[in-house]
Write a protein that binds this ligand. Structure first.
Ligand SMILES: Cc1cc2nc3c(=O)[nH]c(=O)nc-3n(C[C@H](O)[C@H](O)[C@H](O)COP(=O)(O)O)c2cc1C
Length: 195
C-alpha cells in the first residue's frame, strides 16, 4: 500500500468490532487471579483464539523498553507464569530489572487485561517441569538448566470490558500490603466505586 494511503486506511479501520459480554460487578472476588481465571474461561467459552497469548514488556539495564509475545503457563495467587530460554534477551532484561507488564487483548469479546509487577524466577524443579511438559519438538536441543519459568507477581491489574455504547468498564485491582483493593469506573458503575 502506498505510504500516503496507509494513514487514511488505518484511520478508516473500525475498532472494538467484537461482541461485548456483560460484566458482572457484584461480588467481585477479592483475589484478581480468580477474576482473571473467570475471564480467560469466558474467552475460551466464546471461542477467542489463543487467549493465553500475551505481550510481555520489560526494560533493559538502561531503562529502554522492549515487548514480545509469549504464552501464559499458569495463573494463581502466586502470580502469572511464563517461560523462556535462559539465553534470551528477556532473561537478560529480567535479570537486570526484574519487573514486567503482561497485556492480553481478547478481540472477539472486547476485553483486555493489563498486569504489572515484579518478576520472580521459579525453582529449578518448576522450570524443569515446565520444560518437560512441552512437546518433544519444543524441547529439542534445550537442556533443563537452559529453560526458566518466571512468575509475574502483580501490584496492579486492570480488567477492561468494552461496551457497544463506548461506556467501557475498567476494574482496577491494586495491592495494599498483603491485601487487594479494587476500583470500578465507567459502564454501569455509578461514578467511581471502591472496595
Ligand atoms: C504466539 C506466540 C507465542 C510465543 N510463546 C513464547 C513463549 O512462551 N516463550 C518464549 O520465550 N517465546 C515465545 N514466543 C517468541 C517470542 O515472541 C520472542 O520472539 C522470543 O521469546 C524472543 O524474545 P526476547 O528476545 O525478548 O527474549 C512466542 C511468539 C508467539 C508469536
Amino acid at each position: 500500500m502506498a505510504s500516503e494511503l496507509v494513514s487514511t486506511w488505518l484511520r478508516a479501520q473500525p475498532t472494538l468490532t467484537g461482541t461485548p459480554l456483560p460484566v458482572v460487578l457484584d461480588d467481585l472476588p477479592a483475589d484478581p487471579a480468580m477474576l482473571f481465571r473467570t475471564w480467560i474461561g469466558e474467552a475460551v467459552a466464546h471461542g477467542v483464539p489463543e487467549p493465553h497469548a500475551a505481550t510481555l514488556a520489560t526494560v533493559d539495564a538502561d531503562g529502554v523498553p522492549d515487548a514480545r509475545t509469549l504464552i501464559l503457563k499458569d495463573v494463581n495467587s502466586r502470580g502469572w507464569a511464563f517461560a523462556g530460554h535462559r539465553g534470551s534477551q528477556k532473561a537478560e532484561r529480567l535479570l537486570a530489572h526484574p519487573a514486567a507488564a503482561l497485556n492480553f487483548w481478547w478481540q472477539p469479546i472486547v476485553r483486555a487485561v493489563r498486569v504489572r509487577g515484579v518478576v520472580l524466577e521459579a525453582t529449578p524443579e518448576e522450570s524443569a517441569a515446565d520444560l518437560a511438559a512441552r512437546s518433544a519438538s519444543a524441547r529439542e536441543g534445550i537442556t533443563p538448566g537452559e529453560w526458566v519459568l518466571w512468575r509475574l507477581v502483580p501490584t496492579r491489574i486492570e480488567f477492561w470490558n468494552g461496551a457497544a455504547d463506548r461506556r467501557h468498564t475498567r476494574i482496577v485491582y491494586f495491592r495494599e500490603g498483603e491485601d487487594w483493593s479494587h476500583t470500578v469506573t465507567g459502564g454501569e458503575a455509578d461514578g467511581e466505586t471502591q472496595a
